[in-house]
Design a protein around this ligand. Structure first.
Ligand SMILES: NC(=O)C1=CN([C@@H]2O[C@H](COP(=O)(O)OP(=O)(O)OC[C@H]3O[C@@H](n4cnc5c(N)ncnc54)[C@H](O)[C@@H]3O)[C@@H](O)[C@H]2O)C=CC1
Length: 543
């Protein structure tokens, strides 16, 4: 897990229709005699927006339909539903882990955090078995070295090498009229995705320079996230249940960036501006109206979700480093004490910001089940050019204060079944697997748990002592280290079994998850019993 960035503000200057007096958000553009917008020629000023001769973005002046999400659920009824689509009802589901009954007061942000991309799909059961927002194997953006760049991860089942296009698995059969128009736009802009995202941010920051400080200083990874979220939302706009869950998660997750309801219209304006510029052959009034309707709905769900979440959880937690254990020259186990109770479930992950790289958030799994002393541990590997990971491994020391976002992810133990757990943990991916083992131990269920712990070399099995100690304490637990050699981690699973009465959990590098899912399917474990964090987020943060 990361997509459209959420922020921007209308600065309170928008009029009823979302247009500002003299060139606010949607500015007029030339129309053809047929009443259709004149397509912008390549390199010329986009309709409604423009560039000067020097390529500088000029203020648009085209009023269009409004994007006016409202601030609370109270006004929800006024939101315009996507034409032909069922209006997703914003549910008030709590954050993935069952949050305790309002242990926190509504916590007002006490500093201006950064909005980042709409990202981090909440992992959910997917039809592909992976715990992913949409079946696209879902993520969490751990820092990864040399992350592969692909627009939209393939569902786990389609894993191996299939660079599933943005709309893989989505057909226009039964699609709503808006969905068809939106997919048409997405198809047109896909080849110029990079330009669209660059232009989007340029528009946003030119029109709303006050929003720039809310984003990370370096926007490299940020830029890619907008389109991903758009693709995801567009792809699933008719799948209301999944879309609503995804957007609610995004809305809650954006609280830590300081995103306010007033920011959404400005983002919508920049979005429409960017699409107008690059979807030149398919863009028309009808398409624009479809995007406005859809974006308005998206915004409303996010705003409502954030407002609901604000009632019982802080936007973020401060967490002081209490220990820093360098296990190898580039792997540290970092333990922190949150400033207030932090409810989560074993197997979940959080987003983490260091004081050295403000507004850069990375995902790390909790390396243990919830503890009575409230401490949280993370396994961090410093990856080449990884800002956050290197800071955590090489600079963080006891006393340093980090920030944590809310917990996320649904790679959690299903306590409604007696099935065994087959766990594959590769490298630092062993962290949430250890948490799952502790969770089973605490529930006293004595279900068989088989852990395959993969590493490149013996030296890289940095947590093997802990895992073997757990094995000694629990007769139902079997830990098998698998060091690269004759076979890789997923291959080892085939040598054991049978696995027909096991649920599978995978955590580690994207390639391992992809081949692991294939291996598990090969030994007869159905998709719905295979869980892992979203691959999209795993590849999202390569810094
Ligand atoms: N730190 C954390 O909390 C978590 C980290 N992760 C992810 O886990 C990964 C850990 O990276 P490293 O420790 O550097 O792992 P690594 O690159 O050293 O690999 C670990 C194991 O995965 C296997 N593997 C790697 N690529 C494979 C492929 N394509 N096919 C089959 N097997 C493969 C290796 O053979 C090895 O056994 C990172 O991508 C990180 O994002 C995942 C969950 C939690």
């Amino acid at each position: 897990m990361d997509a459209p960035t959420t922020t921007s503000a209308d600065n309170g200057t928008s009029d009823e229709n979302g247009a500002t007096g003299g060139g606010g958000w949607f500015s007029p553009r030339k129309r053809t005699a047929a009443g259709r917008p004149a397509p912008a020629a390549e390199g010329s000023a986009p309709a409604g927006t423009g560039t000067s001769g020097e390529g500088r973005i000029t203020t648009p002046s085209r009023p269009v339909a409004s994007i006016r999400p409202v601030g609370t659920g109270a006004d929800r009824a006024s939101a315009t539903p996507p034409r032909g689509a069922t209006v997703p009802q914003a549910r008030t589901a709590p954050e993935a882990p069952a949050a305790p009954a309002a242990p926190y007061g509504a916590t007002a942000p006490h500093e201006a955090p950064s909005p980042q991309a709409m990202h981090s799909p909440q992992a959910t059961h997917s039809p592909y078995g992976g715990h992913s927002p949409y079946g696209a194997p879902a993520p969490s953006s751990y820092e990864t070295a040399a992350a592969p760049q692909y627009e939209h991860p393939a569902p786990a089942g389609e894993a191996a090498g299939s660079a599933a296009g943005p709309f893989a698995g989505v057909s226009d059969d039964n699609a709503s009229p808006d969905a068809i128009l939106i997919r048409r736009t997405m198809t047109e802009i896909a080849p110029v995705a990079d330009k669209v995202t660059s232009y989007f941010y340029a528009l946003l920051f030119v029109r709303h320079p006050d929003l720039r400080p809310l984003f990370p200083a370096a926007m490299d990874t940020q830029r890619d996230r907008l389109l991903k979220a758009l693709l995801t939302a567009a792809e699933h706009m008719d799948n209301t249940a999944v879309l609503v869950e995804y957007l609610q998660h995004l809305g809650r997750g954006h609280r830590k960036y300081g995103t306010q309801p007033a920011h959404y219209p400005a983002v919508g304006e920049a979005l429409i501006g960017a699409l107008t510029r690059y979807a030149t052959t398919t863009w028309d009034e009808e398409t624009e109206a479809a995007w406005v309707r859809t974006y308005t709905t998206i915004s409303q769900i996010m705003i409502d979700s954030a407002a609901e979440n604000e009632r019982h959880a802080p936007a973020w937690w401060h967490a002081e480093v209490v220990s820093h254990d360098l296990r190898t020259p580039d792997i540290a186990v970092v333990t922190v004490r949150p400033d207030q109770p932090y409810p989560f479930l074993a197997g979940q992950y959080t987003s983490l910001e260091t004081p050295w790289w403000p507004r850069i958030w990375r995902h790390y799994s909790f390396a243990g089940a919830p503890r009575s002393d409230g401490l949280l541990s993370f396994h961090v590997k410093a990856v080449p050019a990884g800002w956050v990971s290197n800071a955590l491994v090489h600079h963080a020391r006891p006393g340093d204060v980090l920030r944590l976002g809310p917990p996320a992810g649904s790679m959690v133990v299903d306590h409604t079944t007696d099935n065994g757990l087959l766990c594959l943990g590769g490298g630092t991916g062993i962290a949430p697997i250890k948490a799952l083992v502790e969770d089973v131990a605490e529930h006293g269920e004595r279900r068989p748990v088989e852990v395959f712990y993969g590493a490149r070399s013996n030296h890289d099995l940095y947590d093997i002592d802990t895992m073997l100690r757990l094995q000694q304490s629990h007769p139902w637990l079997q830990v098998r280290p698998v060091v690269d050699g004759r076979a890789q981690l997923p291959d080892a699973v085939r040598e054991y079994g049978p696995w027909n009465e096991y649920d599978a959990y995978l955590s580690g590098p994207v390639g391992m998850i992809r081949s692991g899912v294939d291996a598990l399917r090969g030994v007869g474990i159905p998709f719905e019993r295979i869980r892992h964090d979203s691959l999209e987020e795993l590849v999202a943060a390569a810094d």
